[in-house]
Design a protein around this ligand. Sequence first.
Ligand code: AHR
Length: 495
Amino acid sequence: MKSVILSIDTDKRKSHIRREIYGHFSEHLGRCIYNGMYVGENSEIENIGGVRKDVIEALKNIRIPVLRWPGGCFADEYHWKDGIGEKSARKKMINTNWGHVVEDNSFGTHEFMDLCEELDCEPYVAGNMGSGTVQELSEWVEYMTFDGVSPMAELRRKNGREKPWKLKYLGIGNESWGCGGSMRPEYYADEYRRYQSFCKNFSGNELFKVACGPNADDYNWTEVVMSNLNEWHTKAISLHYYTIPTGDWSHKGAATEFSDREYYSTISKTLYMEELVTKHSEIMDRHDPDHKIGLIVDEWGCWYDVEEGTNPGFLYQQNAMRDAVVAAINLNIFNEHSDRVIMANIAQVVNVLQAVILTEGERMLLTPTYHVFDMYKGHQDSELLCSELAGFDTGCEDIGVPALSKSVSVDKDGNILITMSNCSLDESVKVTAELGGFVPAKYTARLLTAEARAYNDFDNAENVVPAEFNSVVLNGSTAEFEMPPCSVISVRLSK
Ligand code: AHR
């Protein structure tokens, strides 16, 4: 067994970990909305406003802070007026990005905004810049947020909602460098400036506008967009990066059947997020030294080949212990960069890509990734502490990766939360956390560990679940615990 020291400066707060880092993303894609979250009011499955009650409860449990919608690529072909009013009269359209299936628009603005109110989370609406108009977007904002007399506010009232909703996060264009219009960054920045000018603050609602940022390592996009936008135009730019085990879009690798080499390749490609966030932040630092513009990683997660027998356009994949480690690493990276990373949204919330929830008919299960969000939720709105870890490398053949990842925060009541992952497939590690002047009197801890390929299915939904961990040894200002191979731990220390 390896031994490592995690040294924590309990007096040195680095940055605020905004709860939005623990955000989610829901797109009109496959079974994310329809036959996933949304089953309709007349369904036999218990629901609130058509959304499954079990899904709502599960998301409340992890304190979902923000939900992005309606896309993704879908956002830039979505025309919001098709999704309001009497359901039977709503237009049917083709979902050209995702399987060319019929989109009947039964889940629209009211259903989404009401869901966010029910979840007590911030809505993050992705506006259509690619195939929409400035007027369409500007009217959407008016429809959702204006309390006075206006055509859009009247239309909203006619559709049954007297008072406006609160809308903070508004994205303008999704992947405008790709499915959102194949724009050059120079053109996008100009168009963004025009669109955002007509998205107004109404009735005390204050928009937090988000510009489309780079695809993975497109540093030129960040450079150009940051040169052309300032904090009056935008409060954040986005970044999209997916972990693809093989690095090859035509053969990405399977969700539950993979070699050890593919496992370590997945970890290595996940760790690339650290480099991406660091380098994009460096560019942002040059243009915005006062950090008035945030970085939002509004699409991240593992992207595998779809499960056999499922529609290739639906992006349905299983979720194994490997995904839990990937989630833990990414969330630790975002925490550590919370001076610049102000939000992140895992793709996607239900039944699509690295989902936290899977459904099948009446049944629902929580994935290993879900459990990581649960174990990490104490970081939400806490302060990141300075911490150093002298770790070790692991891997196989030609791939070497650091075995451990960590982040440490302190909450408003002075409790310290340590979260760590050990990605090694064969090495256990004893961690000694040195806590400076902090002498904990008690702790609670949870450990998630399983074979990397283990997963939860509908017949065995509790195969991979966290267990209470009672083996933390407190000794003055140190806390010691052991992590088995392929594991994630959360340790909460209190005085
Ligand atoms: O999350 C799936 C897709 O990935 C989104 O629609 C798009 O934005 C990205 O390419």
